[in-house]
Design a binder for this molecule. Structure first.
Ligand SMILES: CC(C)(COP(=O)(O)OP(=O)(O)OC[C@H]1O[C@@H](n2cnc3c(N)ncnc32)[C@H](O)[C@@H]1OP(=O)(O)O)[C@@H](O)C(=O)NCCC(=O)NCCS
Length: 184
């Protein structure tokens, strides 16, 4: 198990979710269902239950334990609510030292730099303590907010993949970007 610390930024606390966060995760999902729907796989009704949220948290902790993935939740500074989440998934070690990054911010939190603030801290951990060299993040061409966020964070475009992911029930092209660890 790689140690996963609590990351602190001016406005957030960032950590792996724990069992007691299940109702906060459920609220985050329910409150933002319509906001996330155009950018995520189809969800069935079971997704919006406390049981599913609890299982997600348990599976996330198992993934981190085995260095397969790190699903972080972003809470407000007093840890009253989950306001965003991001996941370093598909961790590949050996000569690659790479993973994918996915993220989502509550609808009401958009436009104030919160996601950038949280991801800057998360990427610092990924390239530091977690020892990763490459983080890959891909977005649908019409997701302009996501494109701007990745550009601000220093991700570079590497390609374009047709029919890359099934989002909202349709195969969608994606722009492929990555950020490489730099020593400076
Ligand atoms: C993609 C997503 C995370 C982007 O959220 P966001 O609020 O635009 O990103 P940030 O939190 O970094 O905020 C940046 C915006 O706040 C503004 N801002 C205001 N105060 C700021 C501050 N103190 N610091 C930085 N930016 C600030 C920036 O100008 C920027 O707005 P702009 O892009 O219109 O110029 C969000 O739209 C989302 O969750 N979408 C749905 C899920 C999704 O698409 N996931 C990604 C799939 S690839």
């Amino acid at each position: 198990m790689r140690a996963v610390p609590v990351l602190r930024t001016a406005r957030t606390r960032i950590r792996l979710a724990q069992a007691s966060d299940a109702s906060k995760l459920l609220h985050f999902r329910v409150d933002n269902a319509a906001h996330f729907a155009p950018w995520e796989p189809l969800r069935d009704v079971g997704y919006y239950t406390l049981e599913h949220a609890a299982r997600t948290i348990e599976q996330g902790r198992e993934a981190a334990q085995s260095d397969r993935g790190y699903p972080f939740v972003v809470l407000d500074a007093d840890e009253a609510a989950i306001i965003a989440s991001f996941t370093f998934s598909g961790v590949m070690r050996g000569p690659f030292q790479a993973c994918f990054l996915g993220y989502g911010l509550a609808a009401g939190g958009q436009g104030s730099g919160l996601m950038q603030e949280a991801l800057q801290a998360g990427l610092g951990w990924a390239f530091g303590q977690a020892g990763l060299h490459r983080v890959m993040a891909n977005y649908m061409p019409r997701n302009e907010r996501s494109a701007r966020l990745l550009e601000r964070l220093g991700f570079e475009r590497e390609g374009y993949a047709r029919d890359y992911l099934q989002i909202a029930g349709c195969w969608e092209d994606h722009v492929l970007t990555a950020k490489i660890h730099s020593a400076d």
